[in-house]
Design a protein around this ligand. Structure first.
Ligand code: HEC
Ligand code: HEC
Ligand code: HEC
Length: 232
């Protein structure tokens, strides 16, 4: 007999299974085990089993926040049963007066540094230590019709030392690294940080990275198959 399953198949929630429908299993692999009858659910009792989530549920970045920058006990990240959670400063209070953005935690952190609204310490111990800022843009020409990607070293080296990226994430040589959106969305390459500690990949943030318009005479590159096609 198979258990009767009811409830809407594709919606969130629970599936109800009628108990008492499964035959007793032979227990010769564990002869000392005695089933405890009092604990067994009575016939026809409804067991509630959590429904498998929808395809995109696992990705935190694809989920709409109920509230922007919720206080720690309500943000779904910090433990509301831990007293320490209530000691933390709520982000809305901490971010007051900082330049806004449309994604991530809704602060434009690069602008915040440029406008000297914040002055993050470069060295945890020595407050006089200065960052080694390097102003060098790397343009990555994208084969697709989206604007090309400009990777700016200046904005990154104001927060990060070279060793955060070189050589573990990127070989320091223009074009030496294979980068694509799938890798980024899976948390590799730029996605090691973007979507975790720096602005995420959303439909509103594409142009932050894809910032260099294609030349007016740009044509999509032809594939190997087309180039080698003898009938061309
Ligand atoms: C946030 C990550 C990141 C940080 C931090 C970073 N870089 Fe890079 N760097 C890159 C990327 C991405 C490229 C481009 C690689 C490519 O095109 O394949 C690159 C390229 C380079 C190149 C090659 C340039 C060329 O024309 O071939 C050099 C040299 C370099 N970085 C030096 C540095 C130095 C020095 C620092 C520290 C002051 C630094 N980088 C900090 C990500 C970073
Ligand atoms: C954090 C920076 C960043 C953001 C944000 C970003 N991209 Fe990309 N994107 C890249 C890089 C880097 C590449 C690889 C470029 C190359 O070929 O060297 C890329 C490549 C692409 C490609 C070419 C195909 C591929 O996968 O390589 C497409 C199409 C694309 N991006 C679309 C988008 C769209 C649409 C968005 C917004 C939803 C977006 N990107 C947001 C960095 C970014
Ligand atoms: C080691 C972490 C790290 C990696 C890897 C990384 N970034 Fe960033 N990126 C940051 C941080 C931190 C900021 C500044 C905070 C913010 O804007 O969220 C930033 C900001 C930016 C900005 C915003 C500049 C501005 O003027 O507002 C762009 C564009 C950008 N990153 C592109 C890229 C691209 C493209 C890659 C991959 C080739 C990449 N980043 C890889 C950490 C990283």
């Amino acid at each position: 007999m198979s258990p009767a399953v009811s409830g809407p198949a594709c919606s969130q929630g629970y599936v109800e299974i009628q108990s008492g429908g499964v035959d007793d299993m032979p227990l010769d692999y564990a002869p000392e085990y005695q089933p405890v009858n009092e604990v067994a659910p009575p016939e026809n009792e409804v067991i509630r089993v959590a429904q498998v989530s929808g395809a995109n549920e696992f990705n935190r970045n694809l989920k709409k926040d109920k509230m922007k920058n919720a206080p720690p006990p309500e943000d779904g990240i910090h433990d509301p049963d831990n007293e320490g959670t209530f000691v933390l400063q709520p982000p809305l209070e901490a971010y007051e007066g900082l330049p806004p953005s449309e994604f991530g935690n809704y602060v434009d952190w690069v602008k915040a540094i440029d406008e000297e609204k914040i002055n993050p310490r470069w060295d945890r111990v020595d407050s006089s230590e200065e960052p080694f800022v390097m102003d060098m843009d790397i343009v990555r020409e994208v084969k697709a019709s989206v604007p090309d990607v400009v990777f700016p070293h200046r904005q990154h080296t104001e927060w990060l030392s070279c060793s955060n990226c070189h050589p573990a994430i990127f070989i320091p040589q223009k074009g030496a690294n294979q980068i694509n959106m799938s890798a980024i969305l899976l948390g590799q390459k730029c996605g090691v940080c973007h979507g975790k500690v720096s602005f995420p990949i959303t439909t509103k943030s594409c142009k932050k990275c894809h910032s260099k318009p294609k030349p007016a005479d740009w044509q999509p590159p032809l594939s190997e198959a087309t180039l080698k096609n003898p009938w061309r």
